[in-house]
Write a protein that binds this ligand. Structure first.
Ligand SMILES: [Zn+2]
Length: 225
């Protein structure tokens, strides 16, 4: 009996959060970690404040809007028609604004650094796209301008750069964080929706671009002397 009591003293279990030794009655588990009741309750409250799925739902809706807008985006690359440029770029920009809310959810739920980085990227992309639309409406298509103001191509670079880098980082995070951090399911769904929406766009865009370059150069050759 003495040995058993001594053994119990040696293997005293402590709370993962505050380090206090735990009595059997006071011991609970919080996400697998041994904790005292107080710490588990505090951690749960903290978690509930930030795990609102609203962020991710909004981000997912944004991804779908951006996906729908990307069809106009593709068409605007093929045919320089104002309606496709304006509607496509605007929809993708609005989608990006909503996606940045989803990324804020990532910031609160899981990773402050990457969540912030992604939210900043999508927001930058959104502003770039809207500035481009504004330029397009005010100045018309770039190829027909004698002098293109720097803000015109710059807005396009910010728009596309934000979009591309954000998608690349999201894809990388999905792979890298699968096991280590137990990334939230809804984050995964948001990222998945974004990648799905972009798949149509990014797989087809290089092909369409090459195709249009082919036709544009072919036409120039026929017209030329
Ligand atoms: Zn504790």
């Amino acid at each position: 009996m003495d040995d058993e009591a001594q053994q119990e003293k040696k293997t005293v279990v402590r709370c993962t959060f505050c380090g206090e030794p735990l009595k059997r009655d006071d011991m609970v588990r919080y996400r697998g970690a041994v904790a005292c009741r107080q710490c588990a309750e505090d951690a749960k409250k903290q978690q509930e404040r930030f795990t609102s799925p609203v962020f991710f739902t909004v981000g997912g809706i944004g991804a779908l809007i951006a996906g729908a807008g990307s069809i106009g985006y593709i068409l605007s690359r093929l045919l320089p028609l104002p309606q496709w440029v304006v509607s496509g770029f605007t929809l993708v920009s609005v989608g990006l604004a909503l996606i940045s809310l989803g990324n804020l959810g990532l910031y609160f739920n899981w990773d402050r650094k990457w969540g912030f980085f992604l939210a900043a990227l999508s927001l930058a992309g959104c502003f770039g796209g809207l500035v481009f639309v504004q330029n397009y409406i005010a100045l018309g298509p770039a190829p027909y301008l004698e002098e293109i103001p720097a803000i015109y191509p710059l807005s396009l670079y910010i728009f596309e750069g934000g979009l591309y880098i954000m998608l690349a980082v999201n894809g990388a995070l999905m792979v890298l964080t699968r096991d280590d951090h137990g990334i939230e399911l809804l984050t995964l769904a948001t990222a998945g929706a974004m990648l799905l929406a972009s798949a149509i766009f990014y797989l087809l865009l290089p092909a369409f671009t090459l195709h249009s370059i082919y036709f544009l150069t072919a036409e120039t050759e026929t017209i030329g002397p």
